[in-house]
Design a protein around this ligand. Structure first.
Ligand code: ADP
Ligand code: MG
Length: 495
């Protein structure tokens, strides 16, 4: 009886020893106290860390810390095990000789009667070779401008490149092994973007082939980014889900460009229409004027009102005339021009727009300036753009001052508004196409303006106005040494 029991016990002990040996062979094992001080390590732990057992015992586990993982990573690990839960993850460690090795790690907290951990047992397997392969893949996708994410068959994140992590606000070493839904709860800031991305995951699995869609997600700065997403599901032969590749291309700029082009085409079309409309308006105007003159003869006592009607009609005629000039395609014809005339016709054209925006346009005291050699229609376009921008910058209304002054080197026209000023990030990009802060803007005005000024060998400068607003100065080189012409003088069309 006793002998039998002994034999059974012997068998159990042998089994346990075998198990121990097997574990020792298969796994890297360590036991630490709750502060991470090492109480036990097995032989394989010593081999891989290149420390002797006596060097390790009593030391803190930090001795093999590689410095690779973030504080947040370890904080999350400690939180898990201190709460009595098992933690699984991949850790990069450093051996005594300074070499690195990767471990797939499971940490099991051993709990006392009160459910508090008193020891942590870790089981690890080495995965350095696989990690090196992964690192090659990482290097390949890391710097790709596209957002790249690999998911496993359960939708857990295996890999996300720099662009993906930046867009979704995800730290480099906390996403692995988590589903998109889990990542969403990690940080409130990335929730909306991740929500949007995962919405079509099931549809993509069902598609069993590449699934494409365009989605809008908020980026870390809070503005919306348009991503062209491609999701490619991969299935095992037995029909089980194996993994999914997500690739997102930022097409925001392209979309904006296409939209701006479309808008500028609309504007060009409206411009062509405008010249037709201008003719339609002009013809009846002549008839009305004639009829009013006839009325004057019949009603000599209403002369005051009739004068008013004629004055207003002249104003309409002036605006329509300017519209016609601006919209009509012109052969480029340079000549000597008085900028005061150009300014005056721009003011006529823009006055209505200004009044609707409660802006008072003032042409400051006309100082005689020398004529400049220019293409008058192009020059008009310059001032239309500048005046329009000035008016549009004054949401609360205000005063827009235009003046021309002679300089030794030529003529400077100053357009000063009292608006909100040009934001610094826009200022550095002025003149580039499609830079606009307006909902209905094209971002083409200043580009065209700059081109025209350059064609005239002039220059365009922007200053801050005090107390607020913008001053734009357009300088044109002096054309001849000829006599200056007065502010109200005629446009000179030949030298
Ligand atoms: P758009 O007027 O269609 O936006 P522009 O090329 O004319 O295009 O102007 C580009 C941008 O520069 C504007 O959207 C605006 O943000 C800024 N800007 C230009 N002029 C002014 C101004 N006088 N005051 C404030 N901002 C201005
Ligand atoms: Mg503009």
């Amino acid at each position: 009886m006793i002998r039998e029991n002994l034999r059974a016990l012997e068998a159990i002990v042998r089994n346990l020893t075998d198990l121990n040996t097997a574990l020792d062979e298969a796994l890297i094992v360590a036991i630490t106290d709750v502060r991470g001080n090492i109480k036990f390590v097995n032989e394989r732990f010593c081999q891989i860390s290149k420390y002797s057992r006596t060097e390790l015992l009593g030391q803190n586990h930090r001795i093999i810390n590689s410095g690779y993982h973030s504080k947040a990573f370890f904080r999350e690990m400690w939180r898990t095990i201190a709460n009595g839960r098992i933690w699984t993850g991949e850790l990069k460690n450093r051996a005594k000789d300074g070499s690195f090795y990767w471990m797939h790690t499971i940490i099991v907290p051993l709990l006392n009667d009160r459910g508090k951990p008193y020891e942590y047992v870790s089981f690890r397997t080495e995965i350095t070779a696989r990690k090196l392969e992964e690192e090659k893949l990482d290097a390949l996708i890391a710097t790709m401008p596209d957002v790249v994410v690999f998911l496993d068959g359960d939708g857990r994140w295996l890999k996300a490149n720099d662009a993906a992590r930046a867009l979704f606000h995800i730290d480099s070493d906390v996403y692995r092994g988590r589903t998109t839904a889990e990542l969403r709860t990690l940080r409130a800031a990335n929730a909306p973007a991740l929500c949007r991305v995962m919405a079509s995951d099931e549809a993509a699995w069902d598609a069993r082939g590449p699934h494409q869609e365009e989605i809008e997600v908020p980026n870390p700065e809070g503005s919306l980014v348009t991503l062209q997403m491609t999701k490619v599901p991969v299935y095992h032969n037995d029909g089980q889900r194996s993994g999914m590749v997500l690739i997102g291309r930022d097409v925001t700029a392209q979309k904006r460009t296409a939209e701006a082009l479309r808008r500028s085409e609309t504007i060009a079309a409206v411009g062509q229409l405008a010249s037709g409309i201008a003719h339609e308006v002009r013809n009846p105007l002549a008839g009305i004027k004639w009829a009013v003159e006839v009325l004057r003869a019949k009603h000599p006592d209403s002369s005051e009102q009739i004068d008013l009607i004629l004055k207003e009609l002249d104003r309409v005629d002036g605006i329509v005339g300017e519209l016609l000039m601006a919209a009509r395609p012109h052969a480029t014809q340079f000549g000597y021009v008085n900028v005061h005339d150009v300014i005056q016709s721009v003011v006529t054209l823009m006055n209505g727009h200004a009044r609707r925006n409660r802006v008072d346009v003032r042409v400051e005291e006309a100082q005689p300036v020398p004529p400049i050699y220019c293409e008058p229609h192009r020059l008009k376009q310059v001032f239309i753009n500048l005046v329009k921008n000035g008016i549009e910058a004054m949401d609360q209304g205000g005063c827009l001052r235009i003046s021309a002054a002679r300089r030794d080197t030529g003529v400077v026209v100053r357009v000063a508004d009292e608006g909100h000023g040009i934001p610094d990030d826009v200022l550095t990009r002025l003149g580039q196409p499609f830079v606009t802060t307006k909902e209905q803007g094209t971002g083409l005005g200043l580009m065209v303006t700059q081109q025209i000024v350059q064609e005239h060998q002039g220059s365009l400068t922007f200053h801050r106005n005090t107390p607020h607003g913008t001053v734009v100065e357009v300088w044109f080189p002096r054309a001849t040494d000829g006599q200056s012409i007065s502010g109200t003088g005629r446009t000179v069309t030949s030298p």
